[in-house]
Design a protein around this ligand. Structure first.
Ligand code: AMP
Length: 188
């Protein structure tokens, strides 16, 4: 059973590439960002607590996302594509325990490599159609700062375990998918 992390900065193309991978490998797509946005859209108690944090481009607390991931793994029967999780090393450590608890192992972490100017350009472009309240210039800058300070070390965490695969995230979308799939095929 495949358990893959799709990793990269905001704007790296995780959402787009997730669609291809989910279709090809019949994976369950678990995006913590999507799950959190649903809480806000549904105006749940949790949604009300996290809205201002997400609007500021900061990470919500680990406990919240870890509970979501624990539930998602428990329900899954087909393999998971993690998108937007883990976002810091503490979450990566918990993910290891959760996977082990469910008798699973991580296949690999695929990181999409995209230069910062291109990330900003893509997010500002997306802002015109996404309707996401965190797709504005100020918040984008904060999200990139959070990524560099807290999320980037997650790639090193998996590098040390021999599970980090880097893929060029620039260029033709289908060519990027093909590179990702080639890497997954080597490791499955
Ligand atoms: P994303 O859709 O992955 O870009 O996430 C949008 C926002 O949701 C982030 O800026 C964070 O505020 C929050 N978020 C998503 N995933 C996580 C996570 N694993 N840990 C903490 N906050 C998260």
């Amino acid at each position: 059973m495949l358990n893959i992390i799709l990793f990269g900065a905001p704007g790296a193309g995780k959402g787009t590439q997730s669609d291809y991978l989910v279709e090809k490998y019949h994976l369950n797509h678990i995006s913590t960002g999507d799950l959190l946005r649903k809480e806000i859209a549904d105006q749940t108690e949790l949604g009300k607590r996290i809205k201002s944090i997400m609007d500021a481009g900061r990470l919500v607390s680990d406990d919240i996302v870890i509970e979501m991931i624990d539930n998602a793994i428990a329900k899954d029967t087909q393999g998971i594509l993690f998108d937007g999780f883990p976002r810091n090393v503490a979450q990566a450590e918990v993910l290891e325990q959760l996977l082990a608890k469910h008798g699973r192992k991580l296949t690999c972490l695929v990181s999409l490599d995209v230069p910062q100017e291109e990330l900003i350009r893509r997010m500002l472009e997306r802002a015109k159609i996404s309707g996401r309240s965190d797709d504005n210039e100020e918040t984008i800058k904060n999200r990139l700062k959070e990524y560099e300070a807290k999320t980037l070390p997650v790639a090193d965490f998996y590098e040390k375990k021999g599970l980090h695969v880097k893929v060029n995230g620039l260029g033709d979308i289908k060519a990027i998918s093909a590179s990702i799939i080639a890497e997954i095929e080597k490791r499955k």
